[in-house]
Write a protein that binds this ligand. Sequence first.
Ligand SMILES: [Zn+2]
Length: 63
Amino acid sequence: METSEKPAVRCSKCDREMDHYNTFLSPTNEESVVCWQCLAREEKGFNAKRDFHRTARTGVIGR
Ligand SMILES: [Zn+2]
């Protein structure tokens, strides 16, 4: 059964049709669609280290 009313949209990064995605508006007013898989991948590549530290830090501070 269909629960989602959103149509699948082609991700502008991996070029696959996904129904879980975010839409970003570029400064030139263009919409770009990035699926959650690409988002997750980018986030990991981007701040894997930083995120690691942050999580560890907040655990230590906890104030
Ligand atoms: Zn993608």
